[in-house]
Design a protein around this ligand. Structure first.
Ligand code: NAD
Length: 476
């Protein structure tokens, strides 16, 4: 495995690197269990300083021509693309994503989404004003945005907030995940190189209960955009209510892949498994429940097991590795706990489930397939956030939809069917923010977000841009 990198980095407030003495948070490589860096454990005073810098920068940034702001964000997209390999290596080291996936998705997706939102204004003619009768309706920036992000797609989650917030004219206080914070410092360098003025984006490292809490409760933060667990999202909402902030939440998921009886099973299983195990299953929109016709259950299990056996687990710096370690030892233990729960509840462990044969060091979990899962089981209801698939049989289409809609979540989903009209009909019955039919391609401009306890609001594209705006009506 790669030699450990030991680095020390700090907050970025008003354009300056702030790295004072004080408590620090170790960054641990989950493949080697070695400490590779440390970041400061920020305090409410750091948040105050960052909010002051963002407020001061707002006066100039918010009144710039939107095209000028979009052009700056396009330069940021180019900067991300230019430093792709460095970003991928950083993300692999801090959260364990296999290097080929880190380069292709973790470090590349943010370039695509930030470029897409910039081009909406530059080439797409998106206008922040609209005539409605005798009113001029103007979309204005919300103000100072607090952005709080998780570790699973660390740079993507940051950019999905910061890029549209900047195009819309906001300034930002960013708190990245303390588990995978290093990519954020590279991103702040890219912002500076792209000519984003000092103070427009400020970075405060630290834990959720201290720095995240100080942001969501801060009287001079106008909006908090949060991505993370549903439990933490609820705390953010409660804390933000004290100052009636705008709150946008991108939370957990337990998405269903509904396979209908006329589907191409081999295709459904191959694409389905790729989605279930993507990023080691640490993906909020992963299709972790497959809802399959009872008569085809055993065949789907057989295909899924044969496919799962092809997923190589191991050193994330190897180009051929498909599943690296979980992002942390704590996450590994959580996933293994759920696997034990599935066995205890009587689900059939069809593949994986044991760490025998995996590296002794590192947060490794095997790709795991449970068959004969009932919808009331814990493994069918709770977000596991690891490479664990539950296969649930259904009797008819109505029951398939009922099972798919039976969790507290509603983030994503899939339908595989031979008949397009039937697939669309079922897709429309799923209470979720996204549905892919027969493996429909990812669209970086399509709105992304959840129904129910998967969150409020939408990210990406036009909807993601409008999320960071206030609406003013001027009557003439
Ligand atoms: P997490 O909720 O533990 O942490 C997310 C962020 O919130 C971190 O920066 C953390 O420090 C901060 N935080 C924690 N407690 C907080 C509090 N009380 N106040 C303010 N901030 C707080 O989540 P995680 O473990 O980093 O990420 C995994 C979770 O994120 C999963 O549930 C996953 O589904 C979800 N997620 C959702 C999406 C989406 O778009 N819907 C995308 C990625 C991840």
């Amino acid at each position: 495995m790669a030699a450990p990198v030991t680095a020390r980095t700090g907050h970025v407030i008003g354009g300056s690197l702030v790295d004072e003495a004080g408590d620090r948070i170790d960054v641990v490589n989950p493949a080697t269990e070695e400490v590779i860096a440390s970041v400061p454990a920020g305090t409410p005073a750091d948040v105050d300083a960052a909010v002051r810098a963002a407020r001061a920068a707002f006066a100039g940034w918010s009144v710039r021509d939107p095209k000028e702001r979009a052009a700056a964000v396009l330069r940021v997209a180019q900067g991300i693309a230019a430093r792709r390999d460095e970003l991928a290596a950083t993300i692999t080291a801090e959260m364990g994503a296999p290097i080929s996936f880190a380069a292709k998705v973790q470090a590349s997706l943010p370039a695509a989404t930030s470029s897409a939102v910039a081009k909406l204004v530059l080439d797409g003619g998106y206008d922040f004003t609209e005539e409605v009768g005798n009113s001029l309706v103007v979309r204005e920036p919300v103000g100072v945005v607090g952005a709080i992000t998780p570790w699973n797609y660390p740079l993507h989650q940051i950019v999905a907030k910061v890029a549209p917030a900047l195009v819309a004219g906001n300034t930002v206080v960013l708190k990245p995940s303390e588990v995978a914070p290093l990519n954020a410092n590279v991103f702040l360098e890219i912002l500076a190189e792209a000519g984003i003025p000092d103070g427009v984006v400020n970075l405060v490292h630290g834990t959720g209960p201290v720095v995240g809490d100080a942001i969501s409760g801060h009287p001079d933060v106008d909006m908090v955009s949060f991505t993370g667990s549903t439990a933490a999202g609820k705390l953010v909402s409660v804390n933000a209510a004290g100052t009636v902030k705008r709150v946008a939440l991108e939370l957990g998921g337990k998405s269903a892949n509904v396979i209908l009886d006329d589907a191409d099973l081999e295709r459904a299983v191959k694409i389905g498994l790729g989605n279930t195990f993507i990023n080691g299953g640490q993906t909020c929109s992963a299709w972790t429940r497959w809802v399959v016709p009872a008569a085809l259950h055993d065949r789907v299990v057989e295909l899924a097991v044969a496919n799962a056996a092809k997923y190589t687990v191991g050193d994330p710096t190897e180009a051929t590795t498909r599943i690296g370690p979980m992002a942390s030892l704590a996450q590994r233990d959580r996933v293994l706990g759920y696997i034990a729960d599935g066995v205890a509840e009587g689900a059939t462990l069809a593949h994986g489930g044991t760490t025998d044969g995996l590296p002794g060091t590192g947060a490794f979990v095997p790709p795991t397939v449970f068959a004969g899962v009932r919808s009331d089981m814990k493994i069918a209801q709770e977000e596991i956030f690891g490479p664990v698939l539950s296969i649930l049989p259904y009797a008819d289409e109505d029951e398939a939809v009922e099972i798919a809609n039976s969790t507290i979540y509603g983030l994503a989903g899939a339908v595989f069917a031979g008949d397009d009209d039937r697939a669309l009909r079922v897709a429309r019955r799923l209470r979720t923010g996204q549905v892919d039919i027969n493996g429909g391609a990812y669209n970086p401009a399509a709105p992304f977000g959840g129904y129910r306890q998967s969150g409020n609001g939408r990210e990406l594209g036009k909807f993601g841009l409008e999320e960071f705006t206030e609406v003013k009506s001027i009557q003439r």
